[in-house]
Every structure is written in C-alpha cells, then in structure tokens.
Design a protein around this ligand. Structure first.
Ligand code: CAA
Length: 257
C-alpha cells in the first residue's frame, strides 16, 4: 500500500511505522491520521506482524494537530470531522504498540504517545500539551491519560502551563519506559517489540487488554475480567506448550493458538 504521509517497514514479526511530514514537524493532518489508522487496521489482521513500533524518525515525533488546517474551523466543522475521535483504531489497537520518540511530542503528538503501550524516549525527546497557548485544551485524551499515567500535579502543570518536559523528567514521572541516546531510540524500541513478539500472542493480547481495562474500571470489575482471561488461557495450546516446555527445561514453541 502506497502512503503519502507515513512510511511502513515490515520485518516480520514487527512493523515500524514512521510519521513522515518533516516540513511541518509531522503535524497530524486528517490525511496523516487516515493513513496511520488505516495501516493499523490492516495490521490487526496481518499475521506476519505481531508488534508495532511507531516513530517520527530521528528529529521529531509530532508537533501536534495541524494548526494551519484547524485555525479557521468552527465547532460544527470539528464535530463533523471528528478528528480526535478518529484515533480510535490506535487507542483500541490489539497488538503491542511501542512509541519511539525523538524530539518534540506535543499536543496530539503527545496524546498519540499516551495511547501507545510502551515508550522509548531518545534523550532529545520533549513531551507537552501546548494547546493552552492556542486557546484550546487537548482533545485526543491528554487531560485523561496524563493524570492516569503521571499523576494529577504533573498533568495539571503540563495542561495549564503548556511547558514541555524533558525525556529525563518524563522517565521520572512514569511517562516513558526508558531514555536512550537519540540515535538508538528506534533500535531499542524494535528490540523491545521483538522481545514481546516472541511471547505467546494470545497471552500478550490478553495481558494488554487487562492492563488497559484498569484505566476504565473499578478494581473488582478489573479483577473479574483478569480472572476470566487467566482461566481462558488454559484453553490455549500455547499454555500447554509454555508450561510443559518449562517442566522439560526447553524453550517454548508458541503458535498463537
Ligand atoms: N501544525 C502545523 N504546522 C506546524 C506545527 C503544527 N502543529 N508545528 C510546527 N509546524 C510547522 C511550522 O509552522 C513551521 O512551518 P514553516 O517552516 O512553513 O514556517 C515548521 O513546522 C517548523 O516549525 P518551527 O519553525 O516552529 O520550528 P521550531 O523548531 O522553531 O519550533 C515547535 C518547534 C516548538 C514544535 C513549534 O513548531 C511549535 O510550537 N509548534 C506547535 C506545537 C503545538 O502547539 N501543538 C499543539 C497543536 S493543537 C493539538 O494538537 C490539539 C489536539 O490535542 C488534538
């Protein structure tokens, strides 16, 4: 599939998607969002891809929604376009999604990072929600996912001042998994993706689902959902293989069944 605003490299079992509008710092136009979410939807049913790395390349992740495109819009235009709602295929993506962030991840760019499952940050990475400077607030989940990830006070400061935080600060507040030299970001994210891709895929899928559920539900409901998935996994061939491989002191050979 030929795309204009993203690059896709498939090296089974992982795919790397690179946002590719460098002239405008990968600003997230409706066309880019369309291409990215279409590719993610395609990957959902592509058995050769087990985990995905999402990056903006060596210099910038994404400087947010395309301001030029939004500046003269009214609420009805926004509602009809439902640009922020169009991120649903990314937020609901079932395979592991790892962000590899260099440079700015601002506004919608930061919100995309917050929709990913793990984040590798280059030491040049900067995370922020500068919408307040434009007279708006984040619209793709920033006000909800920042506090759930980094806590109320860090989130408030980010939303109310618009000031970005460094990669190191993002690591300290739990917004990223690891900070690495910028030239290593994508490679480290790929390594992590390959590590996850070697695990039994159904267990990976259910583990992701269960962790994400903790953002949505009270504890008792989350525990009940976890328990159901835990019991269900005993119906899989990979559970039998994983446990017998352990007992026989060999490496498990998982099939995703
Ligand atoms: N939309 C459209 N164009 C953008 C852009 C954006 N979000 N961010 C940068 N650009 C463009 C600039 O206009 C500029 O284009 P020209 O060369 O044609 O002038 C080019 O990218 C390079 O940008 P700068 O010259 O500004 O680069 P810089 O290094 O001096 O500054 C920056 C970098 C601090 C990221 C600055 O570009 C900036 O503040 N960008 C806007 C960030 C922002 O406010 N993001 C939030 C958008 S709203 C949103 O995302 C809503 C939501 O929740 C969904």
């Amino acid at each position: 599939m030929a795309y204009e605003h993203i690059l896709v490299e498939i090296e089974s079992p992982i795919a790397t998607i690179t946002l590719n509008r460098p002239k405008v710092l990968n600003a997230l136009s409706p066309a880019l969002i369309g291409e990215l979410t279409s590719e993610l939807s395609r990957i959902e049913t592509d058995d050769s891809v087990v985990a995905v790395v999402l990056t903006g390349g060596p210099k910038v992740f994404a400087a947010g929604a395309d301001i030029g495109d939004m500046a003269d819009q009214g609420p009805v235009d926004q509602l009809l376009r439902d640009q922020t709602g169009r991120w649903a295929p990314l937020a609901g993506f079932r395979k592991p999604l790892i962000a590899a962030v260099n440079g700015y991840a601002l506004g919608g760019g930061c919100e995309v990072v917050l929709m990913c499952d793990m984040v590798i940050a280059g030491d040049s990475a900067r995370f922020g929600q500068p919408e307040i400077n434009l007279g708006i607030i984040p619209g793709a989940g920033g006000t909800q996912r920042w506090p759930r990830t980094a806590g109320k006070y860090v989130a408030m400061e980010a939303m109310l001042t618009g000031a970005p935080i460094t990669a190191q600060r993002a690591y300290e507040v739990g917004l990223v998994n690891k900070v690495v030299p910028s030239e290593m970001t994508v490679e480290v994210a790929r390594r992590l993706a390959r590590q996850v891709a070697a695990k039994p895929p159904l267990a990976v899928r259910m583990a992701k689902e269960a962790v994400l559920k903790s953002f949505e539900t009270p504890l008792t409901e989350g525990l009940a959902a976890e328990r159901k998935s835990f019991y269900f996994l005993f119906a899989t061939e990979d559970q039998k293989e994983g446990m017998h491989a352990f007992l026989e002191k060999r490496k498990g050979n998982f099939k995703g069944r």
